[in-house]
Design a protein around this ligand. Sequence first.
Ligand code: MSP
Length: 470
Amino acid sequence: MKKYVTTAIPYVNGAPHIGHAVDYCLADTAARYFRLRGDEVRFQVGTDEHGSKIFQKSAAENLPVETYVKRNSDTFKTFISKLNISYTDFIRTTDPEHIKRCQDIWRKLSDHIYLAKYEGWYCTGCEAFITEKEYKENHGVCPDHQIPYEKVKEENYYLRISDFKDQIREAISSDKMLILPEFRKKEILKLLDESPDVSISRPREQLTWGVEVPGDASQVMYVWIDALSNYITVLGYPDQDISDWWPAAAQFVGKDILRFHAIIWPAMLMGLGLPLPKVLVSHGMILADGQKMSKSIGNVVEPVAVIDKYGLDAFRYFFLRHVDTFADSDYTEAKFEEAYNNELANDLGNLVQRLATLAKKNGIKREGTSVLKLSDGYCELMDRFEFNKAFDYAWEKVQNLNKRIDDEKPWMLAKNGETDKLKKCLNSLIKDLLQVSLELTPFIPDACEKITKVFENPIAPPETPLFPKK
Ligand code: MSP
């Protein structure tokens, strides 16, 4: 089957932080898992480059905005490669093709668009229009950015969400567009009921850096309309037939931006006559020492430094196993280091080293051609996108293999000259290790590739430990 996987495209108003890595690692796990199951995968990543926030930042750095966004987009691209993300398409919202296609999308939606006055609140940090209710609940200050909401009074184009509300509600309630985790579904349904028509443009005086509204040079598209469109413009819509890839098999987003993906995005798709994504997977936030990471608090964890110190496998290991796929999780270096030393190095690194050393020392070769297969228990969890649980499930097998070596004591078989038994014992352990390694591949692909190489004939233990102790 053909499957399309997407990630949220980050704003380029700063450098990547560990929170951004979550989307990439989760989506990459899905993409690699689908490929293991025999699917052909298209996998989008990219950068969101318009909006007031970015424009203000470029001005603060005294750089032409084009130079500023190019530089930061390149930093994200390098970061994505550093995470070994197996993407197929990289989109920048400043790509001329994307801009043209966005304008085509706007034209196609024109029956559902009208011009009206907006008077209310806006948060530049969120690039979001804020309802009176939210304004009151948050006492006029954005809880995520700690900046007061701005009062805006302007003429905007609106998207008539009311044209689609019933259909969206039905799609969400019936899981035609499945929202994961389940408990977010209720929140979204409530929000949908309260959702007014949404403003989808801003006057040019307020926002110069954006896609021009077709037929009205005085207005610029609201950055979310431009950004959400990326998922289909990157496939070539509307110039190309996208039905091979769309609807997406899974779209990964943080819980903070689920509302845009579960309300505005389906309304746009319905207006275009396109099907809704099959699944919206919303992940939690990474907290640093129990607090939201923010530049003003000064607790932002720099991912590249962590990867350089511990290696990419360790990074992916921690964020895919010890970070709950759906809930908020805390990052501390102490927890990270403990997981690295006690689990990755002790459980897996030692297992590989022990088995390969025993095999080499006793001249044991890999025998027979065993077909590796993913287990049903693992697939059930992966199919439900419960990645950290699937990772736990596979890791238990790693721990069981260590127990089996301790119980079966192959070194005693060698000592007693029981060669046939030793051959059988080691071959069975190695086969089972390769089997687990297959299930670990979507999470820690580099380590699994190394493990496969170690156990090719002649078996060659790694010259340096896979995970040197820190
Ligand atoms: N540009 C929009 C997305 C447009 S998608 C059509 C945006 N950008 S963002 O840079 O603020 O966030 C990008 C992604 O990173 C989002 O999925 C967001 O939830 C995620 N994260 C940002 N901070 C995070 C954490 N601290 N923890 C986990 N994910 C976080 O929103």
